[in-house]
Write a protein that binds this ligand. Sequence first.
Ligand code: COA
Ligand code: AMP
Length: 628
Amino acid sequence: MGYREVYETWKADPEAFWMQAADAIDWVRPPSKALFDENAPIHEWFSDGLVNTCWNCVDRHVAAGRGDQIAIYHDSPITHATKGITYAELQKRVATLAGALRARGIEKGDRVIIYMPMIPQAIEAMLACARLGAIHSVVFGGFAANELAVRIDDAQPKAIIAASAGLEPGRVVHYKPLLDQAIEAARHKPDFCVIFQRDEDIAKLIEGRDVSWYGFQYGIEPVECVPVEGNHPAYILYTSGTTGQPKGVVRPTAGHLVALAWSMENIYKIGAGDRFWAASDVGWVVGHSYICYGPLIVGAQTVVFEGKPVGTPHAGVFWRTIQNNRIKSFFTAPTAIRAIRREDPDGEYIRRYKLHDLQALFLAGERADPDTIEWAQRHLGVPVIDHWWQTETGWAIAANPLGIEELPVKLGSPAVPMPGYDVQVLDESGQPVPPGTLGAIAIKLPLPPGTLSGLWNAEERYRKSYLSHFPGYYETGDAGYLDEDGYLYVMARTDDVINVAGHRLSTGAMEEILARHPDVAECAVIGVSDALKGQAPLGFLCLKKGAATAPDQIVREVVAMVRDDIGPVAAFKQAVVVDRLPKTRSGKILRATMAKIADGEDYKLPPTIDDPAVLDEITALLRDLPRG
Ligand code: COA
Ligand code: AMP
């Protein structure tokens, strides 16, 4: 069957399609049906099935006689450590870690925050939670203590599992002091913390609260997998919304298993024994779905890579890792390819390594610009596949499904909707627009298995943010169009979310921080285009009258405040002082217009603008601004 037939098969009978896909999973009790729509527009999948994620990721592969195969390959070009962990070893480690967590009181439904860098222990911690039915929430290492504190208060974890440190090129990121600060700042306190001590930084443990990773597992008996209901939350993953309060995306267990298994085979063309590598971070959704769960569900080999595309030590490290691991399918963000290309424009490093096993490069996380795709196609000689998805969906909404059929690539398009997703482009009144017309990209409900069931402890926010604007649809927050052939083009966000180096960030959250500076009367943050990172945040500050501090100093202070509060990952490095901000007559700041001016794009003067002269001032200022 080709793509069209598969898509039509799903459309004709979604229930049968997903029940068949569910056969790829080992159930303790198979579900009686796929869709549970009693609570529409909030839908559930496979709710009355009983299942365990860890069993499906680990134990079943050992039971099938593949315990000796490598499950996780760890490669750190920073510490020079490389190590393969077999499925049998993984089972032992995870079952013992789960036993130690249980001995300290962790049970099904308890939340556990994981704050770890790219080491196999991060994956083991996720799987140990899954083994017990505990709900993990992984926090990205590039976030500062305050972001961690916000997540602790929202998820209310019974335990936090952290490493003593992460390693960035040229610097050790001391996680433990950040963790201590976060717990100090949070209202909720975990019962205990498990600390994995790294050789590069041995952290001081707090007696009575902290235990060491190995110490607390000493003498512990391994435990079995706990069956959970299909709709039991597997994890919460926080992502940026329009305000400083991140959204806790909840991923239900069974749909997650079924959808990821389907995607591994049909999108990435990966099965048992194959070698797959997603060069992302466990703190992001790509890391959850395609470093940890997806490859392991199908019994493939995954790579935990602690390094960067460039500088660790050179722009050939990705290709070296692909060669050494004989990677069949590779996944990264376009920004990583741009970084490599900048240092190795002629692809000399690519030619230095034997990439015979590589069959495809997948790109996601931000729009893949045609230039980057063409460069990769030319130098790698394999299909380069852009695919589009979000933390909320957990797997691709639109892709070129290599496992079904390799469709022609159209540059600038992440190709076509995947089964399960009825993608429509809507105008402001919620009506579908003709092909070629730009509009809001929405997905007709229900969303497929594997997508979010809601936001943690925030059902109203879930309805308001995603379901209420276009009744009957899920609003993606992206704008774009469909062409005559049904290919989708994703062009921009419709909200204040920006995408910096494949990282999703909230300009609203940055504005909240700038506004706290005592000399700032008013502010705005926009995303401006950046040759390497896709976008970069740029701040505008209106100062209070009579501010004693020099404007340059204020800019330095707000840059430091954002780094301290959100973290280095915000990459907030530039702000300018202006007399006034362009606004509508009702006082709304014209951020989208400012972004267009900054990028040198044409813009229409908004009819409701209060004073058009302000735009001229902004234009003059941005013209002279040095840009990265
Ligand atoms: N822990 C601590 N700090 C981190 C971090 C982590 N896990 N990840 C990034 N940071 C820090 C960086 O060290 C940098 O700090 P600096 O301001 O002191 O230099 C800052 O956050 C910004 O990081 P980043 O935006 O990633 O920029 P960079 O200049 O370090 O690297 C790229 C640029 C393009 C090489 C890098 O962004 C990259 O590899 N991107 C791919 C992104 C990706 O995989 N996204 C996942 C979605 S698929
Ligand atoms: P995240 O939730 O961090 O994965 O970010 C999701 C957002 O990143 C999407 O809503 C898009 O705005 C953007 N995005 C991700 N992948 C793509 C892509 N292939 N093309 C265009 N935008 C993308």
